[in-house]
Ligand binder design. Sequence first.
Ligand SMILES: [Zn+2]
Length: 272
Amino acid sequence: MELPEITILAGQMGAELVGRRISEVEVSNEKCLNMPLGRFQEVVVGKEVTSVVPRGKWVFIGLEPGYALLFNTGMGADVIHFDAGDDLPEKYQIRVALDDGSGFTVRVWWFCYLHLVPTDRLSEHRMTAGMGLSPLDEGFTLEHFRGLLAGRRGGIKSFLMNQRNVAGIGNVYIQDILFGAGLHPLRKIDTLSEEEVGALYGSMRGILTESIGMGGLAYERDFYGRSGGYGREQYKVAYKEGLPCPVCGAVIEKIRTGSTTSFICPSCQRLE
Ligand SMILES: [Zn+2]
């Protein structure tokens, strides 16, 4: 899940959870916790959910008094709401029940993190404390983005995917974000013109906003089990190797860029 899916999920979780008390927590994959299960249950059960907020690829669930549950779906997960009396999914690793009998289950594809942190010690949570702003955060202005890039020399793709710089972009949306700005993934940051930085900023926010409007990625499911609407037809170059570029018609290529795979139009996204 990237920023759009996390934003949608957090919004839906907030609508169902805020104001309710946690009555029960079941976790069968204890490795996702940052403490023994017994201790985790002791703290969480009885607490009221006060907020659910997206933070990059994380969902922050505020618990009163004094705690936050930090949830990251790793390579992906089905996080599904249930009402009192509903049948639960056949397989799940986490179940959180609320005081009215509703709740949610989590079926993790590979791994996930469910970390319980006292609110006054959030700055000590190493996986999230250094995270940058997300492109749709209020403070993420063009000036903020220019400031992040100033003095940097590496490749633009790895920079954007580093959660310490920009939170919430992964290897799906990055493809069309770079294409939209006409940038090759390996372009060095210090070679970008003002216009290119402006185009990249607009492309980033445009694509993420468009996907949120369509319910997120088609292969991810929301809190109610519905698939998103942002799929292959919306992709510009992502996962479309061998097909024509929607702008110039050149054949889209799939290339290795360091440890990641990239999809580019060799004509619209030149390295030189
Ligand atoms: Zn092209």
